[in-house]
Design a protein around this ligand. Sequence first.
Ligand SMILES: *Cc1c(COP(=O)(O)O)cnc(C)c1O
Length: 428
Amino acid sequence: MDSPYGFDTLQIHAGARPDPATGARQTPIYQTTSYVFRDADHAAALFNLQEIGYIYSRLTNPTVSVLQERLATLEGGVGGVCCSSGHAAQLMALFPLMAPGRNVVSSSRLYGGTVTQFSQTIKRFGWSAKFVDTDDLDAVKAAIDEDTRAIFCESIANPGGYITDLDAIAKIADEAGLPLIVDNTTATPYLCRPIEHGATLVVHSTTKYLTGNGTVTGGVVIDNGRFDWSASDKFPSLSQPEPAYHGLKFHETFGHLAFTFHSIAIGLRDLGMTMNPQAAHYTLMGIETLSLRMQKHVENAVKVATWLENDPRVEYVTYAGLPSSPYHGRMAKICPKGASSLFTFALKGGYEACVKFVDGLNLFSHVANLGDTRSLVIHSASTTHRQLTEEQQKAAGAAPNVIRLSIGLEDADDLIRDLDEALAAASA
Ligand SMILES: *Cc1c(COP(=O)(O)O)cnc(C)c1O
């Protein structure tokens, strides 16, 4: 972090300053779509990207700008672009890099929705994903071909809370002249800062821990500003003349901000996956307490996972924060302050017991979300993964007897009592 301030200070102050018009201390919600130009020359300069300023809220908005700067600062990047959801952010991260026929080499351990986005939907653009186990470094290397334009992984991966060796993957990306994109949703910049481990771009679903209380969807793409887009002919959108801006070359003109400017001037302009200022406001409110919440998420997850691991009705627990986890050693390197609060566990009673268990819970909410103040549960095999065969479910870490938990901020003892009662109901 280049700033002289610590994380707790930056999560409250980065990007924000008293409102120049009113002195308002809290960041106002600039509920406006457009901004008055000073005169015709000013308008022309803005549209030509010769002067930076506000034109229209599909591109930029002052409330959203504060959030962008705050997130870029917390991640140690040079710029950020907020989007309407985490999935939008993933498309926005790939968009300047990809073209028909190009591929992204992606970890196979991913949020379920990302597996679908990458394996199905991006094909409509002529893009594709090659899925590999990122613990198998030779497989990652072997998957890269001359059409590969990025490597993608999650720092702490869904659903099991596995930790990726970001430094090792970044080294492979470096050697191949490719950017590494890391989805840091589950970890948040408080627990892990992927740029320090070699990531080029960091994406988030701000819907989760960053906002923190399940109110709004959002996403962000953050750029480390160090990738040389002109070193090869692989990234023409950034290195070659852009016809829509009279032949302007983004990398040559904007240097380390090339990716961020392209994402606004082309990505948001033409794809329109914009975050609205209300969503930015809620997320800014959440981030002010991020470190406090993550400490308690981790503390509760360790207590709950330890209790589950010692219960005879439970077959195994995947939480990397447990000393028994094969990923525990990697935690010290990638996320020493903790392994977040998302993990899975398997019930000895199988599918039927899982269904009864979920229905027997009172405090835990059965929802398709994570990273909330509330504790959440989902039985993937009967919900998000029910279309898959049992083999596919197992490969995805969602076998029929596996339950996913997102541990919230309640009293850990209350959560454990709720789990205990539901386990009793499931084995009755
Ligand atoms: C939720 C999630 C996404 C998708 O984000 P949305 O805001 O739901 O679009 C992507 N990656 C991870 C790790 C997630 O948890």
